[in-house]
Design a binder for this molecule. Structure first.
Ligand code: DGY
Length: 321
């Protein structure tokens, strides 16, 4: 019997590509070239499964292509706001993702950005590299305490809770969260976490605000100029969720005017483009979407995709639909 035809949109870890080759008739993207909408349409017409990542857009215009062969988009990543899910459903295309395995690496990056922003890590690194450091002084590059400060999490799913555990048990931080319904009792007890009734309440009270809600229309510009006004001038904003959760221009203005102390960003509205105005600011720490970028995590994500593909092609329930 012919093996199912699988299309992988970007370069994956070698170990996973080797397994894909054993099990499927797979087309890889060894050059890791970003592909166009036309190439995605052709892939939907020619392959049984297409495996995209966060940087591959599947809007209605692509999903509605005629004569489709593809019955599953097995996404390499947990977020799926780059896929128009209602249209995929109409078109009888299943969608799977890779939850759980990237929780800790993403929470680690959120904590990294929090520390970088609080302690001016990126700015200090630039100073040393540019040979501008004049030596130690009691008032040089003073920054904010992390230990004992208050962390407010907007969205309180797996990644937010993992960050809260690191912050509370490792850095003695007080935990606030905003989520429409209260978290489970055992989570609240473990973290001594307090739920805020509104986002505004959390923004007013937190020294560090970390975003953990999904991207998409419902959360687009959730943090806008109006909401940034609620943050304390000493507070920092951390985003490892999706770029469009923040109105970038409003954030640039708030950072320029010192309305907030700093920000740490791993995600951007128009990745990989980062506005020059943001690049010019010293009080923002910038990472290139590294949340899940450890080798072990990327291999685990690949394993998840494999198990979703294997289930799909053997007619079993999809583990991560
Ligand atoms: C995801 O999985 O959605 C991440 O943003 C990619 O690491």
């Amino acid at each position: 019997m012919n093996k199912p035809k699988i299309f992988i949109t970007r370069k994956w870890p070698d170990a996973i590509e080797a397994k894909l080759k054993q099990r499927y008739d797979v087309t890889l993207n060894l050059a890791d070239r970003p592909l166009s909408a036309e190439e995605f349409k052709t892939a939907l017409q020619e392959y049984d499964a297409v495996c995209p990542t966060v940087c591959d857009s599947f809007p209605a215009e692509v999903l509605n292509v005629v004569n489709k062969r593809c019955k599953i988009l097995a996404n390499f990543g947990v977020g799926f706001n780059h896929i128009n899910t209602p249209v995929a459903k109409q078109q009888n295309i299943a969608i799977t993702n890779t939850p759980d395995v990237l929780t800790h690496s993403t929470a680690d990056i959120a904590m990294t950005l929090l520390l970088m922003s609080a302690r001016r890590g990126a700015e200090g690194d630039r100073l040393v590299r540019n040979k501008q450091w004049q030596g130690w002084s009691p008032t040089h590059m003073l920054s904010s305490n992390v230990t004992g400060a208050t962390l407010g999490l907007i969205g309180f799913g797996r990644i937010a809770q993992a960050m809260a555990r690191k912050a509370h048990h490792g850095f003695d931080m007080n935990i606030l969260y905003f989520k429409p319904s209260p978290a489970e009792e055992y989570v609240i007890d473990d973290l001594q976490a307090t739920r805020c009734e509104t986002i505004e309440e959390l923004l007013q009270k937190a020294d560090f605000v970390s975003l953990h809600c999904p991207g998409g229309d419902a959360t687009r510009h959730l943090i806008n100029a109006d909401r940034l006004n609620y943050m304390q001038p000493s507070a920092h904003l951390i985003n490892t969720a999706r770029g469009d959760v923040i109105d970038t221009q409003a954030l640039i203005n708030a950072l320029k005017n010192k309305q907030i102390a700093g920000a740490g960003l791993d995600v951007y509205e128009a990745e990989p483009n980062v506005p020059d105005e943001l690049l010019a600011l010293d009080n923002v720490s910038l990472l290139p979407h590294l949340g899940s970028a450890t080798l072990a995590t990327r291999i685990a994500m690949g394993e998840k995709v494999l198990s979703n593909l294997d289930a799909h092609f053997s007619g079993k329930p999809l583990p991560n639909e």
